[in-house]
Write a new protein. Sequence first.
Length: 237
Amino acid sequence: MSDEKAFLSSYRAKDYPRPSVAVDLVILTIIDAQLRVLLVKRREHPFKGQWALPGGFVRVGESAIEQGEDLDDAARRELQEETGLDPERVFLEQLYTFGKAGRDPRMRVVTVAYYALVRPDLAPFVKAGGDVSDVEWFDVSVLDKLELAFDHHDIVEMALTRIRGKLEYTNIAFDLVPATFTIPELRHVYGIVLGKPMDPGNFRRSFNRWLEEGRLEQAPGKRITTSKPAAVYRFKR
């Protein structure tokens, strides 16, 4: 044990190549029947004035004892600093690591991407903070017309592929709908995320299966619709 302590006390991390590590956040919600992603306008170079994903560098310590913050902590901090959103009220999950050489013109930077799902009722509370000058929710269908900073187009595309794939076998849609919802309301959300209309009959069969599996349950009360009051449901955590 004494040999280990002696080794660590004399270890010089700066003698070895060290890329910088960042976190980037793909934050998604549904507004006006559109799947939208939150972009921030960069205040500083590189890519000054361009739209980008929220994110930043992971804080790193200078010794073996003080090594800095964990990745998840960095993602939660950046979420709060740059958007004002409370990390405790947002679904946040690690997506993928992007480390291609040259992705950042300043130096070698590896970024660990996360995706976040924000309920529509929380979207209006987003505000610019940190080192960004503006924030805006963009319809994902128009992103190919925007020139995003770094490799953020690739990161967004991977996030969309991930959540669309997880819709069928997880409760990931829970964080894109109100606390309670009708069957047509949930079907509409699935169609928006997948980018195609859902057949009502097929969706109802899937819905009934989720009820049997215990993923959903009927909630108290009814939703007033144009025809008649409709039953409301909720996801089970």
